[in-house]
Design a protein around this ligand. Sequence first.
Ligand code: ADP
Ligand code: AMP
Length: 219
Amino acid sequence: MVFVFFGPPGSGKGTQAQYLVKKYGFRHISTGQLLRQEIQNKTALGLDIKSHIEAGELVSDGVMLELVKNVFRDKNSEHVIFDGFPRTVHQAIAFEGILSVNNLRVDLVINFEVSFDHLLERVKGRLTCKTCGHVYHEVNNPPKNVGVCDFCHGVSFEKRNDDEDSALKRRFELYKTETQTVKDFYSDRGIVVSIDASLAVETVKKNVEEALADLGIVS
Ligand code: ADP
Ligand code: AMP
């Protein structure tokens, strides 16, 4: 099945997806992470998109759709979570075409609802493991052993450039003007479940699992 985790930057989509990967072996496709890998690997695409990402702008629909097509060329998994995609209605429509070629469709959209105040505090404290990309929060969700990644045991962490003020402001703006309407696209299909993502990580985990259990996906 295909799930879309939908919500503004910092709403906790990646955190919950990481958890489902670990517990149930779901595949997690974060388009932001795919793009950051391109930048880190200094590929032609990475060089092209770096300035867009650092400014908080969206990467073009054409580039995003090519990246997502490749996801299905790589391998198949029973359950795949898309996090950060689609971000425009054009992406959502084209995604339907990509999925149908693979005999798939979006089965469930989990809408992460959270107030702006929570978002700022979360994004400002976000830390990413430099080795494996696992996401933590300095205060709310630190690694179990200070300074050591729970997953890969890496010891270097970084803050994202685009979590700085001006890029962040632009990302929130674009969420409101370009992305929010994607929810209506999926609401019209009756596949959106909204959760209160302002609660503590463990409570949100429980609520996400309940939404999946209601569909018989986990028990
Ligand atoms: P997104 O993928 O939606 O941008 P993340 O999963 O990266 O969001 O979470 C943003 C930040 O907030 C991270 O530092 C993460 O550890 C923290 N976080 C995620 N969920 C919660 C929560 N429910 N309560 C408090 N902090 C959270
Ligand atoms: P994220 O990791 O989801 O916060 O994404 C980080 C950045 O990557 C965004 O601010 C955009 O610049 C870019 N990006 C990620 N996903 C998309 C997408 N679906 N469409 C356009 N740009 C994207």
